[in-house]
Write a protein that binds this ligand. Structure first.
Ligand SMILES: Cc1cc2nc3c(=O)[nH]c(=O)nc-3n(C[C@H](O)[C@H](O)[C@H](O)COP(=O)(O)OP(=O)(O)OC[C@H]3O[C@@H](n4cnc5c(N)ncnc54)[C@H](O)[C@@H]3O)c2cc1C
Length: 490
């Protein structure tokens, strides 16, 4: 037996003593944790550790640190950038937060809810509703993603326009540091200017700076009425102009503005016939718009009709399907949240981009990128949809009608480069809400300045000097990143 296998065996024994045999998994029992959401990345781990509480998380971190063993935190494993998947060396311990799933406190006077990191988002939404409050974070994966994962990726979703992304929904954190210490920062404060905003550094750090074990979340009043409609636009500029009018007319009541291209809706019509479209596909762009009103049904309807009616008169909106019931509203949301994903899958999959550009530049970005793609990859179909109100598009690229998915994926890197270079040229970001993980890690040096990357690396060094927390995610190992950075500008 070599020293390292001896060391690995003693770590596993110590983990078993700390957590109990049933909560340290290896072999086939661990397999379910080692492949990413898309099924494209599979890693290896020394073991999967499933602590029950914060003290046990701290114990696991202590033990791993003593053995020099890397740690890969994992929540619901719904992340799309491979951040929760270990590398292929088998050296890391995968730390699953799933058993830390208790609601610790609800304070309705302070409008806060304190919850452990492994609680599933839908469970947190329900706990807030049970207290007559709204926790507005809303994602297609809400049935399985966790609050810890949401905060670690600074998740977005469909309500960001009104309530902000995960960063804006959290007031305090409890974190196990790389040293295995427990930082209790669970403050339910809306104002706290006592130095560096550590909370904000942990949010969005994808498990590379510390392990989030609990959070104090910000709650909002439950809306009394909601109005949802699918609207059609003659061009994308009209959709952007209407967004501006809707913001002015609805104010803070505008809670969603989801743009969908005719190509994207066309895929639903073609591949998901069980989900009928409520409008004819006679316009190039559509938007799912939602108004949430605090005064009641009639008030919501009148406001909605006034703003949308004016847009019809101005010629901005060319057609509309307005939900008249909760069921109809849910059917419209199903188009966006489920049918769209299913249609892309049944079409053979596509090359995905989660990007943002300033809202005012979206029309130019869409036109320029489509032209660049056609010039280099004739026939490919951009399938664009997303959170227009946040300047965030899921700009996916599907195979040419006379081509195959395999032919498309053979050109994946080149297609990514065309789209991301165009995003950069339009002042945008190559990851709007999904993070960096391992999938986009090596792209950062092309689009971020050396100064920004050097500052990020110094932060990593300060928070995790031994480099044991989710190594190789967000930032490469220092030496690799330096080489990758040289001479790369689009
Ligand atoms: C159908 C579908 C729809 C989606 N829609 C959206 C969307 O609209 N908006 C959006 O932003 N994302 C979306 N996602 C992506 C994904 O759901 C989010 O990134 C989510 O926040 C990840 O949560 P998770 O618990 O699954 O995290 P995981 O996938 O387990 O982990 C994600 C990252 O966070 C780290 N991490 C997890 N928990 C902790 C912790 N407690 N402490 C420290 N680090 C941790 C991991 O190491 C990893 O780097 C979608 C995914 C799917 C499958």
């Amino acid at each position: 037996m070599t020293d390292s296998t001896h060391d690995d065996a003693s770590l596993i024994t110590a983990l078993r003593q700390a957590l109990g045999d049933a909560h340290v998994l290896a072999g086939a029992d661990a397999a379910g944790y080692l492949t990413d959401q898309h099924g494209r990345l599979t890693g290896k781990a020394l073991a999967v550790a499933r602590p029950a509480d914060t003290a046990q998380v701290a114990q696991v971190v202590h033990l791993c640190r003593t053995h020099g063993t890397p740690i890969v935190p994992q929540g619901g494993n719904t992340g799309l950038m491979g951040g929760a998947t270990p590398d292929g060396t088998g050296r890391a311990v995968l730390l699953s937060l799933g058993r830390l799933n208790r609601i610790r406190a609800i304070d309705t006077d302070n409008d806060t809810l304190t919850v452990e990191a492994g609680a599933v988002l839908a469970q947190v939404q329900q706990a807030a509703r049970d207290a007559q409050r709204l926790f507005p974070l809303s994602l297609g994966s809400e049935g399985s993603c966790t609050i810890g994962g949401n905060l670690s990726t600074n998740a977005g979703g469909t309500q960001v326009l009104r309530y902000g992304n995960a960063r804006e929904l959290v007031l305090g954190l409890e974190v196990v540091t790389a040293e295995g210490d427990i930082w209790n920062g669970l403050r339910g404060l809306r104002k706290d200017n006592t130095g560096y905003a550590l909370r904000d550094l942990y949010v969005g750090s994808e498990g590379t700076l510390g392990i989030i074990t609990a959070a104090t979340l910000r709650l909002h009043p439950l809306p009394r009425a909601q109005h949802t409609a699918l609207l059609a636009f003659g061009c994308i500029r009209d959709a952007v102009a209407f967004l501006s009018q809707a913001r002015a007319g609805f104010g803070a009541s505008l809670t969603a503005f989801e743009l969908i291209s005719d190509t994207a809706l066309g895929l639903i019509a073609q591949h998901v016939p069980e989900q009928p479209l409520p409008l004819a596909l006679k316009a190039p762009w559509f938007a799912l718009v939602e108004l949430s009103d605090s005064e009641g049904e009639e008030h919501a309807r009148q406001r909605f009709e006034a703003v949308v009616g004016q847009a019809f008169e101005d010629g901005l909106v060319t057609d509309a399907a307005i939900a008249e019931s909760l069921q109809q509203s849910q059917a419209l949301w199903r188009l966006r949240d489920q049918a769209l994903g299913e249609a892309q899958r049944r079409d053979g999959g596509n090359i995905k981009h989660d990007i943002s550009v300033p809202i005012s530049r979206i029309p130019d970005f869409v036109a320029a990128t489509a032209a660049l793609l056609q010039a280099r990859f004739p026939g490919v179909r951009p399938v664009a949809f997303g959170h227009l109100g946040d300047g965030n598009l899921h700009y996916n690229v599907s195979h040419a009608p006379d081509g195959t998915p395999a032919q498309l994926f053979a050109q994946e890197d080149a297609i990514h480069e065309v789209v991301h270079d165009s995003v950069h040229a339009h002042g945008g970001s190559i990851s709007a809400e999904h993070g960096v993980g391992q999938t986009k890690r090596d792209l950062l040096p092309r689009y971020k300045s050396p100064i920004e990357l050097a500052l990020m690396r110094r932060l990593k060094q300060a928070f995790d000097p031994l480099g044991l927390l989710n190594p190789g995610k967000v930032l490469g190992h220092a030496a690799e990143s330096l080489t990758a950075e040289q001479g790369q500008t689009p």
